[in-house]
Design a protein around this ligand. Sequence first.
Ligand code: NDP
Length: 441
Amino acid sequence: MADLGRRFPNEPEYLQAVEEVVTSIEDVYNEYPAFERYNLIERLCIPDRIYTFRVSWVDDQGKVRTNMGYRIQHNNAIGPYKGGIRFHSSVNLSILKFLAFEQTFKNSLTTLAMGGAKGGSDFSPRGKSDMEVMRFCQAFMNELYRNIGPHTDVPAGDIGVGGREVGYMFGWYKKMTREFTGTFTGKGIDFGGSLMRPEATGYGNVYFLLNMLATRAIDLKGKRVAISGSGNVALYTAKKLLELGAVVVSMSDSDGSIYLPDGMTGEQFDEIFELKMAYRGRIREFADAHADCCTYFPGERPWKHVKCDIAMPSATQNEIDGDDARALLAQGCFAVSEGANMPSTREAVHEFIDARILYAPGKAANAGGVSVSGLEMAQNAQMLSWSAEEVDSKLRDIMKAIHSQCETYGREADGYINYVKGANTAGFMKVARAMIAEGIS
Ligand code: NDP
C-alpha cells in the first residue's frame, strides 16, 4: 500500500479500493507461495492498459466543447474486458481505476467469463438535449471504437449512461466498424439487448439480500428499507422490494433526499419512476407534490434522517461515512446491501462489520447487472433472445451462487459471515489461478 500510495498519490478512491481487497485476502494469499512468486498483487494493482483521450463536440449553440475520455482495461485473465461507462462531472482517473479494479473481482464472482474494465468521461448529460448527448456519444466513440470489440472489451452503462447513451454509442460503433456485434451490453431490446438488463442490478441486489436474510431466518416482508439514488439501480431495487412487501422509506438524487415515514405506495413509486426516467426531473418535485407524507432534505443523504431496518445505498461511491453508519446502527439497521459501487467509506465498513450486521459489499450485491450483461453477450453470440422468466431465473441462480461463494470464503470462527472477505477472496482466487496458468504477461 505504501508503494502504491507513493506511485499514485492523487488517486484516493483507487487506493481505498485496493486496500480493502488486499487486506481482506491476506490470510488466503499467504497460504499459496505461488501467488507471491508470480507477484500477483502488484500485477493486479496496475491495470493492463489505460486509454486517455480528448473528446470534442459541438453544443446546440454551435460552441465547441471539450471533455476527457477514458477506458481502463484492468484485467482479462478470465474473459474479455467488461465494465460500464460513466458520464458524470466528477469522473477522473482515480474513480475509474477503482471501478475497473472492483469490476475484475466482481466479474469473477458472477461465475461467467468476463474480465474487468471501466470507462467514462467528465461529461454530464444533465441539462443537455438529446442531440447534444448524441453528438457527445459519437465523438467519444470516434476515439474508443478501435479498442473495443465482442472478444476484446465490451462496455455497458453506469451513472449517466442508460439506454439512450448506449444506443447512440452502439450506433456509432457500428457505423465505424461496419459490423453488427455484441460489443455493448444494455442495448435496446430491438437491437440485441437482453430482457431484464435494466432491472438486473436492482433486482439482483434484492435477491442477494434475501439470501443474506435467510441465514438469520429473517422475513423481508414489512421491513423498512432506506434507498439512496433514484436512477436505474435505485428504482428497480424499490420496485422489487415493493413487490415483495417491504416498506420503502427513502430515495435521493444529487440535490437531496426524500423520507416517507409510512413508506411509499405503488402509485407513488410509479410517479417517481416516470419523473426520473421519462422527464429526467428532480426528486424535490415529488416532495413538493406530496408534502403531507414526505419530507425533503435539500443537499443531504438519507442516512441520518431515516428510521430503517435495511439500507440499500444505490447512488455513488463514499455516500455512507462513519457518522452515517453509526446513525444507521443507532436506529436499529441490521442489514446493508450495496447497489452502488463502494458507497461505504472504510470507516463505515468497519462499523458495520464490528456491529456484526449483515453487510454485503457492492461487488457481491450489485453483480446482478454485469451478470445479465454476460447473459446478453451469450444471447448475442447465439443470435437468440431468452424470455424474461429465463433471464430472471438465471439471475436468481447467479446471486445465490455469489452468496454461497461469500459464505465459503467469508465465514469466521464465531460463525459470522464476513461478506467483504468472502467476496474479495472468492473473486481473487479465480483470477489468480488463471493468471498463474497463463504465465507472466
Ligand atoms: P444512474 O445515473 O441511473 O443514477 C444515479 C443516481 O445516483 C441518480 O439518482 C443520481 O442523481 C445519483 N447520484 C449520482 N452521483 C451522485 C452524487 N455524487 N451524489 C449524490 N447522488 C448522486 O446510475 P445507476 O443507477 O446506473 O448507478 C448507481 C450506482 O450503481 C453507481 O455506483 C454505479 O456504479 C452502480 N452500479 C450500476 C450498475 C448498473 O447496471 N447500472 C451495475 C452495478 C453497479 P441525479 O439524478 O441528480 O444525477
